[in-house]
Design a protein around this ligand. Structure first.
Ligand code: IPE
Ligand code: IPE
Ligand code: MG
Length: 241
């Protein structure tokens, strides 16, 4: 690993586990969906802050493969919120140079939502200022299972030889095939677990955990975490320089 990799200051790719919406609402005596709506406003703020902070890739965990276990009203409310977010943000995202991608299993989502997602990806494809990836019905184990099945299919059809499979081959079959690995993974709300997020891709990511609940997380909080990242030394298994 070259010295320049060890001394990286601004993370190129930040991934965020946006957690704490429910608790934020409950503390105010409000329904959980009120917290999700407030959380969506923070998404806008953090996305807008990225170019100035020097972040080129931002990946946000919006809905996990495990979140279907929640009450149907909450799940439906979240799906409606994703629908609304895409519709209301499209113009700003296109105009501000943000390229949007979605990762996760789309086959279980409402086709109307999927077509909005596909359209937003197409509309923002020429953009390059910020690469925003939204993980929706995403689970890292599910992603690895789907990638493995497609790899097995490629072997069966003779397009891929088992001896040729290496780490890069696997990266190429993941939903994140076009993206660099995250440098920094942030989780809000005080929980210190990964909850099935980017397990393969975060092998050498730095982690930052903050007690701030997602609807309270400001661009200033984001900037502070990025500063603390700058003081870390990433060694990738090598000896400190
Ligand atoms: C994160 O907030 C949003 C989603 C998981 C969709 P939560 O809804 O998990 O909030 P808490 O953890 O219950 O406070
Ligand atoms: C992780 O948060 C998923 C998202 C932020 C979308 P959860 O609230 O679902 O995670 P657990 O259940 O506390 O592990
Ligand atoms: Mg939670």
């Amino acid at each position: 690993m070259a010295a320049k990799d060890i001394q990286q200051v601004t993370p190129e790719h930040v991934a965020i586990i946006m957690d704490g919406n429910g608790r934020w609402a409950t503390r105010r005596g409000m329904p959980r969906l009120y917290g999700h709506r407030s959380g969506a406003r923070r998404v806008r703020e953090v996305v807008r802050a990225c170019p100035d902070l020097g972040v080129r890739y931002l990946t946000l965990y919006a809905f996990s493969t495990e979140n279907w276990k929640r009450a149907p009203t909450e799940v439906e409310g979240l799906m409606a919120l994703f629908h609304r977010y895409i519709t209301s943000e499209t113009t700003e995202l296109i105009d501000s140079g943000v390229r949007v991608r979605f990762i996760g299993d789309r086959t279980k989502l409402d086709p109307k939502l999927v077509s909005l997602m596909t359209q937003l990806e197409a509309d923002t494809k020429p953009n390059d200022l910020l690469h925003l990836t939204i993980a929706l019905n995403y689970g890292a184990r599910d992603e690895i299972v789907r990638a493995s099945a497609r790899m097995a299919e490629a072997v069966r059809s003779g397009c891929l030889l088992p001896d040729d499979i290496d780490g890069d081959t696997i990266c190429g079959y993941l939903d994140t095939a076009d993206l660099p690995d995250p440098d920094l993974v942030i989780r809000t709300s005080g929980e210190t677990r990964v909850s099935n997020f980017l397990l393969w891709q975060s092998a050498y990511a730095e982690y930052a955990f903050t007690p701030v609940l997602w609807p309270d997380f400001t661009a200033a909080d984001f900037g502070e975490i990025l500063l603390s990242y700058g003081a870390r030394e990433r060694r990738y298994g090598a000896v400190a320089q």
